[in-house]
Design a protein around this ligand. Structure first.
Ligand SMILES: [Cu+2]
Length: 160
């Protein structure tokens, strides 16, 4: 390989090295496709954070998300959101079902993963990791980019 080819190779590598920082790359795990993962940035001292994503089950077998963990939080819980009388409230779920051939969307005002006991604030532009345990697929790590607090309903109006 001559010097010119090496230079082309290195410039390609530096472009590729930037890709993970863009985040939200789909994660393919067995028959599951996990996409559009992101966490909401948190204010200093805020103890809870939230993660959204889509989970598609392309297989012929139903899957269930049973538990999740993240190094950045003491615990990660599965939540649903309910509206009543203009107030939203969240309820802990034992699992999220992803039936064969379906796509589950975790999104604001809906299902989400709750980060509890944050060890440090979630900073916009950074990336955290969450580990998901599916039955029967098993465990997979998903990179989760942190986005600004701005969009969507704030955590301030939510109550457990
Ligand atoms: Cu919640």
């Amino acid at each position: 390989m001559n010097a010119l080819n090496l230079r082309v190779l290195f410039s390609l590598l530096s472009v590729l090295a930037l890709v993970p920082e863009a985040g939200a790359q789909p994660v393919h795990f067995k028959t599951l496709v996990i996409d559009q993962a992101y966490a909401r940035a948190t204010a200093p001292g805020q103890e809870v954070g939230v993660i959204y994503m889509t989970i598609e089950n392309t297989g012929k077998q139903d899957q269930h998300l049973l538990t999740a963990t993240a190094p950045v939080a003491r615990a990660v819980t599965l939540h649903s959101t309910h509206m009543s009388g203009g107030m939203s409230s969240m309820h802990r779920q034992a699992s999220f079902a992803i039936p064969a051939g379906s796509k589950l969307e975790l999104q604001p005002s809906g299902l989400h993963l709750m980060l509890e006991g944050l060890k440090k604030p979630l900073v916009e532009g950074k990336q955290i990791v969450v580990r998901l345990r599916f039955e029967p697929a098993g465990e997979v790590e998903v990179p989760v980019p942190v986005r600004s607090m701005g969009a969507g309903p704030g955590m301030g109006s939510m109550h457990h």
